[in-house]
Design a protein around this ligand. Structure first.
Ligand code: ATP
Length: 513
């Protein structure tokens, strides 16, 4: 798969043409970084969410789910640190008038140096094959050591400047690294400035400024923390245990490009796992591994994922790692796994004046649990699936097709029911079949156009199975079942359709739990 803008543009166009994603309020020229999911998009999104929910909540006896409100008491965001510190630093290019997040500009600069390291490694590893020792090469090769030192130096300087909120120093770093605006190519930058990402609104009918000011939640996690004791007590949960939730989050992102990768309204799937203090780093490693396994269970190749351990930790964390996915724009964060210590519960204790402790029967003492968080963006996962699935194929007969190889478990439509022609009783037979299996899977009936064109349309939607009703069906109650990826066709009886599809879907993924 090519890592380029063309691929992203093709995915955006395909998503619109085939009812996956539309720009929001398009007839009014859209709203930046807000998107609507169409008839197939909503099904794919639901399927991703369900798979996550089932893997997390249904397949773990010690994880339960909740659904907390988007509006929360404003003090929640004081306690969590969002009111004071949920800021991004941005900088404008005076020539292009484009705005950039400073951390992302620096991250991209570092990624270019990392690419050079990877190129060196790949060159030498090809030469030496199996005998190549990457670890040894990284620690002994002069050029790689120099590249790595440069990266460490940039990170160190940038982190120091961030800690001191020294904006003049941040600008100096950008100038020193020679970072140019990708649009204008110039180094004509403004001073960096800071911006809080939370959206605020007013609750009730008061017009008094401070009265009634509330925020749209920027993450779902705090709804879990404030309900920690409610769930623990009502569910008689014993540590270690987890609370999961999925739902909308809102961030007034400074730079919102790259389609649904960075949106202002998006959905998160988060799980907070409460553990005994001192065991958190073991659990951190456990969840890091488990979450990657979940991604791999869908059959997406492992070279599309990588871990990125954080050098700079958020104020609340003692370890953090991203699972990055190879999006069309390159490797970028898909999911974060954070060891959040007891920061959140402790802070809510202080601000609310209510004890948020767990009584450990074995130790005969109560403590504030430590927390491991797994946090993934549903929309980013959606983009990862689309980026992996979108393929343009040249077929043996010289024709071409666009196909979405969406893991069949997640595909919006599982089965298309297609009468070969629109006569001779085939549509009636096909509709009977549709009615007999519609409660097993989401099916689509289609009788319009030649069969070849209908197959192409289902390929473009990502439907894994097409059932075709032909003359033989009318004689012996058999149909053909065509597989999207191989395009192979078999003949099976009508009675076998549900079992066959079910079995093939089950075989296509490894249950993640
Ligand atoms: P980034 O560095 O890309 O801004 P983040 O580190 O702030 O992301 P977290 O606060 O850890 O992200 O949020 C957890 C997950 O939520 C991310 O891994 C991502 O999948 C998703 N996410 C965060 N911000 C957005 C957004 N603006 N649009 C879509 N998904 C998002």
């Amino acid at each position: 798969m090519a890592n380029n803008e063309t691929l992203l543009k093709k995915i955006i166009a395909h998503s619109k043409e085939y009812g996956y994603i539309f720009p929001s309020s398009e007839i009014y020229d859209s709203l930046a970084a807000v998107y609507d999911y169409g008839q197939y998009g909503v099904e794919l999104k639901n399927n991703i969410r369900n798979y996550w929910w089932e893997s997390m909540v249904h397949y773990h006896e010690n994880i339960v789910g909740i659904d907390s409100a988007i509006f929360m008491h404003p003090t929640v965001w004081k306690a969590s640190g969002h009111t004071d510190a949920f800021n991004d630093i941005f900088i404008d290019n005076k020539d292009s008038k484009k705005r950039y997040r400073v951390d992302l500009l620096i991250e991209e600069h570092i990624a270019k140096i990392e690419d050079k390291i990877l190129k060196e490694i790949s060159k030498v590893s090809q030469k030496y094959g199996d005998t190549f020792d990457e670890k040894m090469f990284r620690t002994t090769n002069k050029r790689i050591i120099e590249y790595q030192n440069t990266i460490n130096e940039i990170n160190k300087k940038f982190n120091e400047a961030l800690d001191k909120k020294d904006f003049a120093e941040i600008k100096k770093i950008i100038e020193y690294l020679g970072i140019v605006c990708p649009v204008s190519g110039s180094k004509n930058w403004t001073e960096p400035r800071q911006f809080n990402l939370m959206f605020s609104t007013q609750i009730g009918s008061t017009s008094n400024e401070d009265n009634g000011l509330i925020y749209l939640r920027p993450e779902t996690a705090q709804g879990i923390f404030v309900n920690f004791l409610n769930v623990q007590k009502s569910g008689r949960m014993k540590i270690p245990f987890g609370i999961a939730q999925t739902g909308k989050a809102f961030r007034n992102e400074i730079v919102a490009r790259q389609f649904i990768f960075r949106m202002r309204e998006f959905e998160q799937m988060e799980m907070q796992f409460f553990v005994k203090p001192g065991t958190e780093l073991e659990w951190f490693s456990y969840w890091k591994e488990q979450r990657l396994k979940w991604h791999l269970s869908l059959g997406i190749p492992s070279n599309m994922f990588r871990y990125h351990d954080h050098e700079r930790l958020a104020h609340y964390a003692n370890a953090a790692c991203d699972i990055e996915f190879n999006f069309p724009m390159g490797f970028k964060e898909l999911e974060g796994i954070h060891s959040r210590t007891d920061f959140d519960l402790k802070s809510h204790e202080e601000y609310s004046g209510k004890k948020l402790r767990y009584f450990d029967n074995e130790l005969n003492e109560s403590y504030i649990p430590y927390v491991i968080e797994t946090s993934i963006g549903l929309d980013r996962m959606f983009l990862a699936i689309l980026s992996y699935s979108y393929k343009e194929e040249k077929l043996d007969d010289g024709s071409e097709r666009v196909v979405l190889n969406i893991p069949s478990l997640l595909a919006p439509i599982k089965v298309a029911i297609l009468p070969l022609v629109k006569k001779d009783g085939m549509p009636e037979k096909a509709k009977n079949i549709f009615n007999s299996i519609k409660t097993d899977f989401l099916c689509q009936y289609d009788e319009k156009d030649a069969i070849g064109r209908r197959y192409r349309r289902q390929d473009a939607i990502g439907t894994p199975y097409c059932i075709t009703i032909d003359t033989q069906t009318l004689e012996d109650d058999t149909v053909t079942i065509r597989e999207r990826d191989s395009m192979k066709q078999d003949r099976i009886t009508i009675n076998e359709i549900s079992n066959t599809v079910n079995k093939r879907i089950k075989e296509s993924y490894k249950l993640a739990c």
